[in-house]
Design a protein around this ligand. Structure first.
Ligand SMILES: Nc1nc2c(ncn2[C@@H]2O[C@H](COP(=O)(O)OP(=O)(O)OP(=O)(O)O)[C@@H](O)[C@H]2O)c(=O)[nH]1
Ligand SMILES: [Mg+2]
Length: 177
């Protein structure tokens, strides 16, 4: 009886979160999810199409769609952002030459309503590399200050070095419902 009650309580108190992870190729999406799910980075290959990863943090079951960032997959991003609970937009903060494209692709989704009021966490990845852009420069380069409908936040991270992963998890678990 105790076990049944405990199982019921578990079901009752477990929340779930559908997470879509997008961003240009090589920005570190698959690495990030490997760290979140398994606690360590693994060697990756460019994602073909998409991968789904499921893991639990605290009381929240997280289902993550890790979508390829190469050009041929970007038109698929909006199909997934439309139905999810949160969007993670991963940017290679150590590749400033890619920021105009990262901005263009993000604003396409913001402008056509594919993200809408869904919470958006912009992850400035690869801050372990010496030449990375800072948070305020990234906000300016991605023109986030003009984004009003979508609640957004920027978090500098290094997926490879597991830097600020606890803050990513904290933000995600706070969004669980
Ligand atoms: N220095 C550094 N390298 C990183 C970091 N995160 C990922 N990388 C490296 O960046 C490369 C690309 O990482 P992936 O996770 O495969 O990138 P992705 O965004 O999934 O790429 P696509 O699947 O092609 O869209 C790999 O060599 C990773 O080891 C980081 O925080 N710092
Ligand atoms: Mg990938």
């Amino acid at each position: 009886m105790g076990q049944i009650l405990s199982n019921l309580l578990q079901i009752f108190y477990t929340k779930k979160l559908d997470i879509v992870v997008i961003g240009l190729e090589n920005s570190g999406k698959t690495t990030l999810l490997s760290v979140l799910a398994h606690g360590q980075a693994v060697e990756t290959v460019p994602t073909i199409g998409l991968n789904v990863k499921v893991f639990k943090k605290g009381k929240v079951n997280m289902k993550c769609w890790d979508i390829g960032g190469q050009e041929q997959y970007r038109s698929e991003w909006s199909r997934y952002t439309k139905g999810c609970d949160v969007v993670l937009y991963v940017v290679d903060a150590a590749a400033p030459q890619k920021l105009p494209t990262a901005k263009k692709e993000l604003h396409k989704l913001l402008d056509d309503g594919s993200i809408g009021a869904t919470p958006l966490l912009v992850l400035a990845n690869k801050i372990d590399l010496p030449e990375h852009v800072g948070e305020s420069e990234l906000i300016e380069k991605l023109q986030l200050n003009y984004v009003l409908e979508t609640p957004w936040m920027v978090l500098p991270i290094s997926a490879l070095q597991c830097t600020n992963m606890d803050q990513v998890v904290e933000w995600l678990t706070a969004q669980g419902k």
